[in-house]
Design a protein around this ligand. Structure first.
Ligand SMILES: Nc1ncnc2c1ncn2[C@@H]1O[C@H](COP(=O)(O)OP(=O)(O)OP(=O)(O)O)[C@@H](O)[C@H]1O
Length: 260
């Protein structure tokens, strides 16, 4: 079996409860290495909770998460980031008062293995220069180099989300979890972001998993889709299979009209 046919991530009989609320229950998932994998479902289906458990923000109540063949259930977000499991957020966490380049450079620093004291004091010149170059390379790779000196606060929404992707790349991801990457984007911004996500997978070999409500984007971008409903697995397959699955159609029609 080649790497590309193996799963990079597996979720086994996962459950997560909050008091009496069962957000995720008996949920199974497998993500193939090198794929772009969508996680969809009506509002409240349990998608965000699943992302939070996979990325270490919540411990599972039951079940386990296996990443690169290792049980990582309950490990801290920072430990998972060091293993290349990186999550982005709907509301991007950018330093608006800094330039685009400085945001990416800081991301490169955070991921560097230099000692904490050196990083705080900035005395490690070699790592400083390496971070500079790496940030420059990432911006160039994503076609954002012309924005390098721009103040982040001045960026359009689409460019801010692209910068979020650049910062995630600075952490040397193997698996990137994108939380609604197209939210609030106009069609042109969505089209460009789709191209960037494809580029990251194709050129950097990063596996990508995303939660997204924009069905057109999900169907056009993903190789595989998992559908959740009421905290559990409803359907999975190719976009074509999922689109034509009667249970999926029923779940969406049965939920509010604004559901994904
Ligand atoms: N921290 C929490 N405390 C209590 N209940 C929670 C918490 N997080 C999620 N839930 C509940 O768990 C269920 C699943 O929520 P979740 O956010 O995972 O769904 P979702 O599929 O991401 O929804 P959406 O598409 O609306 O973002 C919901 O009923 C939600 O209210």
């Amino acid at each position: 079996m080649t790497i590309a046919e193996q799963s990079i991530l597996e979720v086994h009989t996962l459950a997560r409860t909050f008091g009496g609320i069962v957000a995720v229950n008996d949920f199974n998932l497998s993500v193939r290495a090198g794929s772009i994998h969508g996680l969809i479902g009506p509002n409240g289906a349990g998608k965000t909770t699943t992302f939070n458990v996979i990325s270490g923000f919540y411990a599972p109540s039951r079940g386990k998460v296996v990443y690169l063949g290792e049980d990582i259930s309950g490990r801290a977000t920072s430990a998972l980031a060091e293993l290349g499991l990186i999550r982005t957020f709907q509301g991007t966490t950018l330093f608006h008062e800094l330039s685009v380049h400085d945001n990416v450079r800081l991301g490169c620093h955070r991921s560097a293995k230099a000692g904490l004291v050196k990083r705080i004091l900035g005395t490690d010149r070699a790592s400083e220069e390496a971070a500079e170059q790496k940030a420059h390379g990432i911006l160039e790779f994503l076609g954002l180099e012309n924005l390098a000196d721009e103040l982040t606060a001045n960026l359009s929404h689409g460019h801010q989300r692209a910068l979020g992707l650049a910062i995630a790349l600075a952490a040397d991801p193997k698996l990137m979890l994108l939380d609604e990457p197209f939210t609030g984007m106009n069609p042109e911004e969505t089209r460009r972001m789709i191209e960037l996500v494809k580029l990251v997978r194709e050129e950097q070999g990063v596996t990508i998993m995303l939660i997204e409500h924009d069905m057109q984007a999900v169907m056009g971008l993903c190789d595989a889709i998992t559908v959740m409903n009421f905290g559990t697995l409803l359907a999975e397959g190719t976009p074509e299979q999922v689109r034509n699955n009667p249970a999926v159609i029923e779940a969406y029609l049965g939920s509010a009209s604004d559901a994904a």
